[in-house]
Write a new protein. Structure first.
Length: 215
């Protein structure tokens, strides 16, 4: 199953006249300041989606049966993944990788919440999600579900592709879905996109940068 990974192209605008002069004067600043600027501008190891996706916004049912909104998670860095509990491969593999990310973060993991949003609400009841995410990390992971319309709207908001086979009466159908992990900062702003090609070390490195970035 291949992940859908949007390609974002940064466009550089050419400064003119007085802007060029200001840029040249800025370049004269001492090496310490230049080093700090260089550090701030260091490239991300993941895909930078800042400004390309909307802020985190939802109201769904959590795995404890209570309503949960994005506003309830303000102050925490959210790693959002769309999957389903009956997924035979990519979902458990992704969750296992995110557990490695938490381990690599060490104490910084206390600022992170993993949101497992079901694309199969017919089978993924709050109870089913509670058992599923709890098997990985009940402290940091939350399962979320809702109506078909709610999930479809949220997936469209973040350009998540999924397609469900015909729902058999015995519940043996599968759901084809993209496998990206969306990373939102403590203010709910979309910052990064991680795919199955990104190693846990790289994800942890960039998540730590997001956590450490001032509001």
């Amino acid at each position: 199953m291949s992940a859908l990974r949007p390609l974002y192209v940064a466009r550089l605008r050419v400064a003119r006249h007085g802007t060029i002069l200001a840029a040249l004067l800025t370049a004269i600043v001492g090496s310490t300041l230049l080093g700090a600027c260089s550090q701030i501008a260091a490239p991300w190891q993941l895909t930078d989606v800042s400004g390309h996706l909307p802020d985190l916004n939802f109201t769904l049912t959590a795995d404890n049966g209570q309503r949960l909104s994005a506003a309830d998670l303000r102050g925490e860095t959210a790693l959002v993944y769309f999957g389903y509990t009956h997924c035979p491969d990519v979902c458990p593999e992704t969750m296992a990788r995110l557990m490695q990310v938490l381990a690599n973060l060490g104490p910084d993991a206390q600022h992170v919440r993993i949101l497992f949003i079901s694309v199969d609400p017919a089978r993924d009841t709050p109870q089913a999600l509670h058992s599923y995410v709890g098997a990985f990390d009940a402290q940091h992971a939350l399962g979320l579900t809702g109506s078909d319309a709610q999930i479809e709207s949220l997936a469209k908001r973040y350009r998540v592709a999924y397609q469900m086979e015909k729902r058999d009466l015995d519940g043996s159908y599968e759901v084809t879905h993209s496998s990206a992990v969306y990373i939102f900062d403590a203010q709910g702003r979309a910052r990064l996109l991680a795919t199955d090609k990104d190693a846990p070390d790289a994800i942890a490195h960039d998540v730590r940068r997001v956590i450490d970035t001032p509001a």
